[in-house]
Design a protein around this ligand. Sequence first.
Ligand code: TRP
Length: 350
Amino acid sequence: MNGSDSADYARTLLMVLGPVAERPLALPAPDDSLLSDDHTPVEYSLAFVPNEDPTLRVLLEPGCGADSLAENGRTGLRVVRDMARRWGFDTKRLDELEDLFFPPNPQGPLALWCALELVPGGIPRMKVYLNPAASGQERSAATVREALRRLGHRKAFTALPEGDRHLFFALDLGDWEEPRVKVYLAHHNLSAPEAAGLSRVDGGPGRTEITGFFRMAAGHDTGIEGTDGHEVRLDRRPVQSCHAFTETATGRPSGFTLYIPVRDYARHDGEALDRAVAVLGRHGIDPGPLRRSLSAVTSRRLRDGVGLIAYLGLAHQQGRPPRVTAYISSEAYAVRPPVAAPARQVETVH
Ligand code: TRP
């Protein structure tokens, strides 16, 4: 992206964040936003495929600092619609879901997040993240099912794997070749072989690709594929899966992504970066831009904290090469201290 794109995008981010962007960082975080661990309402990420520049994305909470979740959601909707108008996107698919995700007394951990893919040209591609638990955690499955149905994905819900909780319902808005509807699930205590069984995409990722990614990202990589009688489970922050739906004819998802919360299974960010580099290397991707992006965000030493790299993701979309994604925290308010002793990060089940 050129200098004028980056100036445009800097202005765009200020616009999305509104008054919160002007708030001195010496003050406490505006609210307890769950977008990031230290409550900064901004998280960066890079999406990598071999032999191309990575795509820079940013996740934002436009309603951060609102007095209530309802107000947070109204601000989020207004900002998304303002941006859509500015860039000539239509928000019909979001409008059709408004009553489901923005009830008068919303519940749950968020109201609306939006992510922008900062592609060259100054007009980002937009993604909107909604809260399936808005009408109550116990209604979240029904909310997701109804949202999919309204968007024409009548058979999609039954195609999804089992999970512990619906986390997000996301929509692509704007100039996408194939706009996706995405459903995110949490998976507690997941093992690599179980992760390999989650994808419902026809001809989706192979088992060894998923187990290899899982073990590398989690730091369980022994160099040996397959299990040796032990199953290592991620028993802290849950792994997340995401299924993406792009067409309504087959009822099948066309995309599957697995997210490993590397920050909860590493002692410090030096270790997290090593794992990211190993994952990128396995996919034939140059780690240079990731290293540079970390020093653009912070001047601290990587071993002096953990959480700068929040998640590592592996995304498969039919007809495209696999993408590796790395989520980079802002750490505007706090750095999580590193783990002093070797992390007791594994639970061994015989
Ligand atoms: N901070 C939240 C979490 O850790 C949400 C989130 C932010 C997230 N970035 C993400 C979830 C990337 C998955 C992948 O769950």
